[in-house]
Every structure is written in C-alpha cells, then in structure tokens.
Design a binder for this molecule. Sequence first.
Ligand code: NAD
Length: 477
Amino acid sequence: MKDRKNYIGGKFLPAVNGGLLDVVAPATEKVYARIPDSDDQDIALAVKAAEEAFPSWSGLSAEQRADHLRKVADSIESCLDELAELESIDTGKPVSLAKRVDIPRASANFRFFASAAEQFSSEAHIGSAMLNYTHRHPLGVVGCISPWNLPLYLLTWKIAPALAAGNTVVAKPSEVTPLTAARLGEICRDAGLPDGVLNIVHGRGTKAGQALVTNATVKAISFTGGTATGRAIATLAAPMFKKLSLELGGKNPSLVFADANFDEAVETSVRAAFTNQGEICLCGSRIFVQGDIYDEFKKAFVNKVKVLKVGNPSEKDTDIGALVSEEHRQKVMNYVDLAINEGGRILTGGKVPDQLARGYFYEPTVIEGLDAFCRTNTEEIFGPVVTIQPFFDEDEAVRYANTTEYGLSATVWTRDLDRAHRVSSRIKSGIVWINCWMMRDLRTPFGGVKNSGVGREGGWEAMRFFTEPQNVCIKRN
Ligand code: NAD
C-alpha cells in the first residue's frame, strides 16, 4: 500500500503533523491507500509556494500558459487506462465509465481552457469624451475544492480555468477519492508545469478545506459539493470578501410529455437516473410522466432498469458499481425507508443485491406512488433511486418541477417546440435539456439557482470568475 503525499512547490510531502487518513475501496471494503491528514500548516506551505510562483506564471504570455495546459492534457490522455482504474477503485464506479467519461473530460478541461487562455478578451467602451477599456487581471492564489463523485473531472474543471487565467492554485480534492488527484500532481510535474503553480493538499474538509477557505492570501474559492458545506464555506469566506463560486446539490426533474419520442425518453431517463450509481449532481431523480402514457412508460422504464447489471466495477459489462462509502449507502437506504413510510411502492430494487455480500452495492431502485411535495421527492438522495409519478397538464408538470429548494438541471421530453421553449423558461434551474441529458458544450454557463449554487462555471464565465476586472478610463481630446 503506497502512501500518497501532498504536492507542494513541486515536491511530494507528508502532512507536517505526520497524520494519515485511510482510503477505502468501496467495491471491496478494503483500505488500499493512505493520504496526508493535512491541516493549516500544510495549507500555509502550499499557499506560500503558490504565492511565490504567481509572478512568473501570471507573467507568461497566454500562449505559453496554453502550451503548459496542453502538455498536461496530453499526459492525462496517455495515462487514460491507469487513471480510469484509479478512479474506479476510489469511487466504485465502472471502469468503463471512467474511461469513457471521467478521464477524457479531465484532459478536455485542460485543452479547452488552453484555448480559452488564448482567446480571452475584454471590452472597450468608446465614447466621445473618453475611452474605457477593461483589463482583466488574475486574482493571485485561488483555492479549488472538489467532491468525490467525479473526482478528476470536477477538480480539473476548476484548476484548468484558474491556471489559464494566470492564477496559481491550491487544490483540496475529496478525502474520500484522492487517488487521481495525487496522480495529477505527478503528471503536472512530469509535464513541466512550473513548481508551485499547482499545489494539491489532501485531507479532511473541516481541517484542510476550512484552512484553505480561511487563509487570508487565498483570493477566491471555487467549490463543488453539498449544499450544507457550501453554506458553511460561504459563512466563513463572505466576511473576508473572497470571490466565491459554489456548485451545490441537485434534485432534478425529468418531464415526459405524451408527444415525446417514447423510446428515446425511456432510454435516456434510465441513463439520467442511474449513470454513476445516480451519484451525479445532474441525475434526473424525479420523473414526471403525462398521464396518457404513464403506465406504458413506467412498464418500459422498469423493464430496462431490471436488466442493468450491478457488480464488479472492473467488468466491462457492469452498468452500476458500488456506492462511494458505507455511510453513503446507509443514507440512500434510509431514504428508501422514508419513501415507504411516505406511501411509496417499490417497483424494482430497494435492497442490497443478494449476490454481492462485499462492497457498498445497492440495486437500482424505482419508486412510485409518492406526491411531488414529500421529503423523498424534494431532498437530494444522490444514489441509484428514482421516483416516478404522473402529471395531468403542463402547469402541473412545471409546478412539480419547481417544488424543491434545488435548481440545478431539468430535462423536458416533447416534440412540440413551442412547449419546449415555454416550459424551459418556466423551470427554475440553471440548465434545461430538451430531449437529451448531460450533453455538455464546455462554452456554456454551468451552475444552479436556489440552493444549487451561486455563480457559473464553464467558458467565459469561469475565465471571468478567476479574474478581476479593472476599468481604465482615458480622456479624449
Ligand atoms: P461535500 O460537501 O461533503 O465535500 C465536498 C468537498 O468539500 C470535499 O473536498 C470536502 O473535503 C470539502 N469540505 C467539506 N467540509 C468543508 C468545509 N467546512 N470547508 C471546506 N471544505 C470542506 O460533498 P461530497 O459529499 O463530496 O459530494 C456530494 C455533493 O456534491 C452532492 O450534494 C452533489 O450534488 C454535489 N455536487 C454538485 C455538483 C455541481 O456541479 N453542482 C457536482 C458534483 C457534486
């Protein structure tokens, strides 16, 4: 078992306090790695390294920074198999999914923001009395904190734009799934990224994470994780006047109208509900189907869920791997109990698979018979559990879609273009997919409304977040 280290100023270092945390493989329940249990001392070292690296990194031309980012992207690509395997061991997700989605997206993040660095520009406001232009400066040292569900994908989604914009970074990956982040440190060093430009500090949120949030030198925090954690971070960071980007929880509806392409709606709704064991903030976990096709849809949907293969994440044909931890599986099971208490009927799933005694597996579960306003239908479960219920008309569908405190994404299934526009504009969420799910163009603004977050990532939004605009005004004669 290899102990992982922090990556600070180009060196691999243990925690100053010498502490270590066990990391458990969810599919086997075995401790397979240890990471530094870092605290404010390690964060201080990392921030100092980042501060020292800032003048030369921010002084590079955009093209030089882009070159560095492309080299990192190339290296990630060349380590595809290894990184996918690490991601699968860490999270319990199928290795095939990590190979198809997580790791390619991590390299795409670097490649995309390399181009963004080269193409980023600002405005000029030209008047008869004066000329104004906007100079966008990098912020300095910024903090990136990421969750366990898409570890490398989401960490690089923050690091890449921060570096592209000329900042130096201290990153705190999830302590539950640290392996690919630890490998990223080695990849960046080998790809020639200058020392101190990216620093990776492992450890617990309440210790290392909080120390990063409260470090006075850190100018901005880009955070993805749970809504309660986001609130805690905002409480600490707001009085320090830090810039904050918070990508938080979701409880996303899928609305299926009777005129939808039936087969595609069924197929994609299954994917939307159960990809990554339902552990994606964008998963469609509440399905509302127009009454006319409800029974037919329910039958087709449940039939497809029943044939999903739950099991060993290393096997090619596995659809659903293990949940990330025992604690998380218990949370999911508690929600299924709650659903039953709230009057729900389990159509399939609802238990630990009989054949999988070891590992935190759980069957994909479909529940009907709940009203749209109950706790099961309004609180985030973040697991392989979906509810299905009928609606009568458009108004009712929109009302149901908007019942939760979350507002990250929604999917609408209809062939009626007018309805697609009308309904999407009435749904309170940051993203609406029409006749699809999780199609991503990295240029688009990504983020949620209500308790799903503050701010947007993606494209220019991220480049703007990681820069400070300065207005320069020149008097004209
Ligand atoms: P979490 O909030 O428990 O942890 C996320 C990160 O924050 C981890 O690195 C953790 O160590 C750190 N952290 C925890 N407490 C902290 C504190 N007080 N100060 C600083 N850092 C702290 O979330 P999780 O359980 O890892 O991830 C699941 C959650 O993430 C779900 O709610 C999911 O919806 C959300 N999520 C949102 C998005 C999005 O883009 N909106 C994407 C993925 C996941």
